[in-house]
Design a protein around this ligand. Structure first.
Ligand code: G4P
Ligand code: NA
Ligand code: NA
Length: 190
């Protein structure tokens, strides 16, 4: 997606060979017009698939997910993050370890909102090592729902998530694929 790649080049900051900072339009300040284009692009790529729900994770997945939900005409569920959680029987729960933040959190979705009739599009802001995506897949599986695919705003193709999810047969649509952040420079995969 050309406008996204341009935005990454003009407003993104390479923090290290592993981390791209995009606080100017995605992770802190949000560019609504770009988010709308992102939602439109996800909807184009996943239309006519019988998607009934979009599932993402708070916080940064919500903006692109809502825009995609608006375009596809389906509700958006964000898995909630808890530092600790007492057992409750009406929640689907999965643990996720963040390498970026070096913290473990528990993701939860109420069973009220997701069931075996649902066909789900997963959306997230970043795909790095794929731990967040795998936790979402686990939650959707607990509901007995099926997965249409995974929509990612920014994929860091040099990390392990993309290959691992490809190997499991998931359809992944990433709107910007980054091959490398070496030398303080963003190189896209074409
Ligand atoms: P993984 O889920 O793919 O394995 O990735 P990882 O554990 O590294 O990701 C943890 C958090 O860091 C996620 O946000 C993810 O979106 C974000 N992240 C990963 N790589 C980058 C990067 O290069 N740049 C930026 N800006 N973020 C990255 P989160 O914990 O869900 O936080 P939030 O943004 O939703 O608050
Ligand atoms: Na994030
Ligand atoms: Na995220």
């Amino acid at each position: 997606m050309e406008s996204l790649k341009q935005k990454i080049c003009s407003e993104g900051t390479v923090l290290s060979e592993q981390v791209l900072k995009v606080d100017a339009f995605l992770n802190h300040q949000i560019d609504p017009q770009l988010m709308q284009q992102i939602g439109h692009e996800f909807a184009e790529r996943f239309k006519n698939q019988g998607i009934t729900k979009i599932v993402t994770i708070e916080a940064s997945g919500i903006a692109p997910a809502v825009m995609a939900g608006l375009e596809l005409g389906v509700p958006v569920i964000f898995a909630r993050k808890y530092q600790s959680l007492t057992l409750t029987d009406n929640l689907y729960i999965s643990k996720v370890f963040s390498f970026t933040k070096q913290t473990e959190s528990t993701l939860a979705i109420s069973s009220k909102h997701l069931n075996a009739d649902d066909h789900v599009l997963l959306v997230d802001d970043f795909l790095a090592n794929g731990h967040a995506a795998k936790a979402l897949i686990d939650l959707v599986g607990q509901a007995g729902a099926s997965i249409a695919g995974i929509g990612v705003v920014i994929e860091k193709s040099f990390q392990s998530g993309r290959a691992a999810l490809d190997a499991e047969g998931y359809r992944i649509e990433s709107l910007a694929r980054i091959q490398s952040l070496a030398g303080g420079k963003v190189t896209f995969l074409e």
